[in-house]
Design a protein around this ligand. Structure first.
Ligand code: NAD
Length: 428
């Protein structure tokens, strides 16, 4: 342990930190932060992620963060039963999906995907004749295809690769820019690395053909050529009658009209979606960025879901959002937990994974709206939250349930009350 890092002399300038092993780094961090041995040895336990892998996945790794994986039951997607692993630290998220799916188990969810196309953008500035340059680039479509496809023969062999070209003239505060979109089928890969490589490779040619200077060459997370869709019908009788249905419709209309509400509405959807994205080793931030950008695509941030009443009076719900997830690349192939979760899901294509995830998002949203429109969100949440509060108060083993039940019965779920209950329990 490096004692010079402790106390007042601590500095975040640690030369060669990245060259040390995770344990050596942890020792330095422990000294810096005056961690006690309990905290240090807790961090040193990497759980079921091999240390060398953690050290390769990110830079400067010192520990892992374990998040529980729960299984959403009752899900039937396109006629096939599926158990869905969800990695989340938030209580009620898994239960919400199970409940929604139980209420429409007979009909289940119907899903589709618009394609597995990703977009990479190449930004050209200082183009003297941008209108004509746009046409010059479009005329080079075949040359651009050849450059892109040569970057990734594996992808091309698998039926993917360059598909299309768009060139947009963008008016900006810094003047006009010529934005080239490379549209690439990335098949079972999320595709960020694949399309970024193509964008970088083709950039010098775009500069030459446009006569401008090229700066950014990177994918867009607004993956609107990769839209996952799911819809489902909940029968009036199964959801508790017309009053519940109409309350849910009013909740949806509120979210559709008001960005303050839509942000929370969509956050609930992402509770479900991000949990499956994380469990399968996919990029949660990429999917979240795409979802929120898509929610604002009409210039007004709105709901990602839609609710309507069928002729029979049942509740019809649907969702559509970008879903850039893969089975190859990033952590999906490398992380043993992600691999196990993909086996539980039984998915063989990124398309199937994306479609299941959209269905989970819809299920999550159905439960949230139903709770909000009826008993309120806290009732279901509090039972589980009470357990967390009981543990925060120091309850262990059987005490956790006992204290949680007492908190719910009192209708006050607070740490100070939990401590009182725990003391009484231990005195009894
Ligand atoms: P990758 O480059 O690791 O793997 C994709 C490659 O695998 C393909 O290019 C192809 O050559 C090969 N491949 C083998 N079998 C395939 C199959 N069946 N289908 C498709 N390709 C197959 O990964 P990636 O998907 O290009 O990139 C994903 C990673 O990029 C994620 O970790 C993500 O976090 C990261 N990333 C994201 C962003 C962003 O979202 N803005 C930016 C940069 C990087």
């Amino acid at each position: 342990m490096n004692s010079t890092l402790s106390g007042r002399n601590r500095s975040s300038r640690i030369g060669g930190f990245h060259r040390k092993s995770p344990l050596e780094r942890l020792d330095l961090v422990a000294a810096f932060a005056d961690l006690d041995e309990a905290a240090r040895s807790h961090l040193a336990d990497m759980g079921n992620l091999p240390v060398p892998l953690a050290d390769k996945l990110i830079e400067n790794a010192i520990a892992t963060m374990n998040v529980p994986i729960g299984i959403a039951t009752n899900m039937k997607v396109d006629g096939e039963d599926v158990l869905v692993p969800m990695a989340t630290e938030e209580s009620s998220v898994v239960a919400a999906v199970c409940n929604a799916a139980r209420q429409n188990y007979d009909s289940g969810f119907t899903t589709s995907l618009s394609g597995t196309l990703m977009i990479a953008q190449v930004q050209a500035v200082d183009v003297p004749d941008p209108h004509a340059a746009r046409l010059r680039l479009l005329e080079r479509r075949d040359d651009i295809r050849a450059i892109c496809d040569a970057c990734d023969p594996v992808l091309v062999k698998l039926g993917g690769g360059f598909r299309d070209l768009e060139v947009r003239l963008l008016e900006t505060r810094g003047g006009p820019m010529l934005i080239t979109h490379l549209i690439v089928d990335t098949r079972d890969a999320m595709g960020a690395n694949a399309v970024n490589t193509m964008a970088e490779k083709v950039a010098p040619q775009i500069a030459a053909w446009s006569g401008g200077r090229v700066y950014l060459r990177i994918l867009s997370n607004l993956a609107d050529r990769r839209l996952a869709r799911a819809h489902a019908v909940w029968k009036l009788a199964d959801i508790g009658g017309a009053e519940v249905r109409d309350g849910m419709l009013a909740a949806y209309h509120f979210a559709a009209a008001d960005p303050y509400r839509a942000a929370t509405h969509n956050k609930g959807i992402m509770n479900g979606i991000s949990a499956v994205v994380l469990a399968t080793g996919n990029d949660t931030r990429a999917v979240e960025a795409g979802a929120h950008a898509y929610a604002a695509r009409c210039g007004h941030y709105s709901s990602l879901t839609h609710y309507e009443v069928t002729r029979e009076g049942d509740l019809s719900a649907s969702i559509e959002l970008p879903m850039a997830v893969g089975l190859i690349g990033g952590a999906t192939r490398l992380h043993p937990t992600a691999q196990a979760c993909l086996r539980i899901l039984g998915v063989r294509t990124a398309e199937r994974l994306a479609r299941i995830i959209a269905a989970v998002g819809l299920a999550q949203n159905f439960s949230a709206l139903k709770a909000l429109a009826t008993v309120g969100i806290q009732k279901g949440h509090m039972d589980l939250h009470a357990q967390n509060i009981a543990m925060m108060a120091g309850a262990v083993g059987d005490e956790v349930d006992a204290v949680a039940k007492a908190l719910v019965a009192k209708g006050t779920v607070r740490v100070d009350v939990a401590e009182q209950v725990l003391n009484e329990l231990r005195r009894a």
